[in-house]
Design a protein around this ligand. Sequence first.
Ligand SMILES: Nc1ncnc2c1ncn2[C@@H]1O[C@H](COP(=O)(O)OP(=O)(O)OP(=O)(O)O)[C@@H](O)[C@H]1O
Ligand SMILES: [Mg+2]
Length: 473
Amino acid sequence: MFKRLPGDEARNLVSTTPDTAVVFRPAVVTTPALLTIVILVVRTVARLVRTVWRHPIAALIPTALGAVWYFYGWPLAAALSGTIVLALTSWAFLDRPSFARLVGYRLLAWWRLIWIYRRHWQPVMIVSGLGRHLRGRDYLPRLGKVTCTSWADLVTVRMLKGQTVKDWADRLDHLAQGFGAKSCRVAVSRAGWLTLTFPRSDPLASPLPALDIPEEPTVGPVEIGKGEDGRPWRLKVHGTHVLVAGATGAGKGSIIWSVIRSLLPAVSAGLVELWALDPKLMELPYGRDLFGDRYAATPEECADLLDEAVSVMQKRAARFAGSQRSHIPTVEDPFVLVVVDEVAFLTAYQSDRQLRQRISAALATLTTQGRAVGVGVLAALQDPRKEVMNVRNLFPDKIALRLDESEQVDMVLGDGARDRGALADHISPVPEQGAGVGYVRLETSPEPIRVRAAYVSDHDIRAMVDAFRGEAA
Ligand SMILES: Nc1ncnc2c1ncn2[C@@H]1O[C@H](COP(=O)(O)OP(=O)(O)OP(=O)(O)O)[C@@H](O)[C@H]1O
Ligand SMILES: [Mg+2]
């Protein structure tokens, strides 16, 4: 019934050792052809069932069209397909977002699964060393689902048994280049499964103009920019302390000013007080009038202002003791935000040792005890090394803007952040492309998120000062 294939010749192969008469003849076990056919049929049926189960609508449309063709002839089937295409096109034009969400991104995901990920999966896995080729067989991590969002492809992967997340994190560049993306990020979705994120475009490539000043006074997480997923970036300032690290020109000013800007209504309502320390004399003088007399520039003034903040804090703590465990901003007890630009000028580069110790002690006291009584610190610095900023770890929330060296990323965001894709040392030094761009870690997840702060220009600051002058005093 079946033709003899060359494979059958294996039984006639003979090998001998060089100078003895020992003969090796391979044992060939013939698999009955019927068994092979049954296995193939079962596999095809299983795949078909899985496809129908996973994509019921995509399977239903061609089946229904086929049925119409069979029972009513091709003209009706052609007319019906024309109508479907027309309906989808009009939907795409009339309501793009809902079309994209329900149809567009799914079609794109399917296309990218087949054309990019499945096609290149085997070579990329083997060459990058994530898959193994053993005894003629490929052992590859399993490619799962591909989901498209407006800016990235999310690819789920089942790791090989015995692999670690670090194996993947070490090969992000192989993966990005292999699948034609600019970068790649890895996150654990559940035990043994990863989600790889391949950005298709960069929604943060162009500067964001300053956001509108909120209409209602708020101290809750304040909106200061945009996340890579297109969602607003909200920074919590009340009930925490924030450290912003970034090389010179990284855009630390835009974070400080965006925070100040969004707190202004609360400042005029008396719920927030802004205290400013500007030892570098570069960032905050523009907005001096917003801070009233709580503005310090020389190291001595800064030390005095910090001491004053400590005493406000201690008085409150004494009053709250036993009656209140967390702070709710009121006109009597407003939230005090101490903004410090270039904090290293006060802690490390200060030549007067006594002053330096006084300032460091005040900062450490504020950051360890201020949170619950409504005193917060927002500090910016260029160099995140421990020698420069010994109270670095007392800030619960940290933001890494563009940094000069890769080791600095983990100093700011914690161990392993760079491995998981926080490439703060790769952010462009060109201000239009990279200033204000950074990575943050949210409390809820260890994965770093890429964000960009809105740019508050000098003109915006002047307008803010004109509108809110003297309200803080
Ligand atoms: N969010 C932003 N979007 C676009 N451009 C920005 C943004 N923030 C800052 N810039 C541009 O980058 C330049 C440097 O920003 P900025 O002065 O805030 O940096 P910095 O981190 O404070 O630097 P330094 O440590 O030297 O003070 C600004 O003059 C501005 O033109
Ligand atoms: Mg600055």
